[in-house]
Design a protein around this ligand. Sequence first.
Ligand SMILES: [Zn+2]
Length: 342
Amino acid sequence: MPLPDAHGPLAHAAGTSTADALDVRWNHGVAAWRRPLLGRRPGGPRPEPPIQVHRHDEHTVVLRQSKVLTYEAPFLYLLFGDDRALLLDTGATEDPGLFPLRATVDALIDDWLDRHPRRGAQPYGLVVAHSHGHNDHVAGDGQFAWPGTTVVGRDADAVREYFGFGPGGVPWPTAIAELELGDRRLEVLATPGHHESAITLYDPRTGFLLTGDTVLPGRLYIDDAPAFAASLDRMVDFARHRKITQVLGAHVEMTRRDGRDYPIGARHQPREAPLALAPERLTAVREAVREVAGRSGVFRHRDFVLYVEPSERDMARLLRRGNRRDRARRALELALRPLTAR
Ligand SMILES: [Zn+2]
């Protein structure tokens, strides 16, 4: 897509960010049989980089942590405003040596500031917030303990306080809060259900609805079914009054076959479903949740699978499927060992 004016301040680019589909070939891990071969010879094939960086437009970056590092392979979002940037989520790995998130984000900010020099004396800010508090979305927080960077806490109280929900602010979870980045005002929906501190962000500039683990092409683990159903109702209602181009979650776990997810722990997803869901799928998730109200269990749909307050048996079955795949992978690696040792 053509980029908006790369030399003017953000204000000049208003409205130029478009509804283009997120047309990206995401890194999706490396086959088990290739992993031992990679990086052995200089100039030979390399495993994936720890972080894939996709510049959606001049002011919007989508990052994916590599499946070589963690099967979770979460997606992270970096949005630039005139006054500060927002990083949504910090990935599943703490160690900056393995997962250089801070260095990557700093380089992206420096690069952006080169093209959009600051006019005032105020330094450019960075807010690090989370789609929710699960470890695969907050592990890199420590890399951002830095003056000038605000790291929003991961628990529900910290989230409510930072975004202005609760006493003295707008009611949680029914009202909509705002986060101003400087000529880029995001709307913040409280969407508990998968996790009590889960939020969903809407960016009017791109039309992105960033849903974390609440809605994504994969397993929707529903911890609190009534809260989740109410969150989806609010989301669908919100979507009716906004121009949403893409619903973007934090993982891809579905294959391209209808109703078929990868086993948990999969480190290679060569035929994974696209990250973006069409806005209409919010309604599909909402209807699916309504249909099974009061029941728990696993419910498969074309591009998502509901895990509604899953029983220990449901989870054991999911883990067994992952373990079977792990055992097969290990057997394959053992079989290949003499070959790779040459
Ligand atoms: Zn997650």
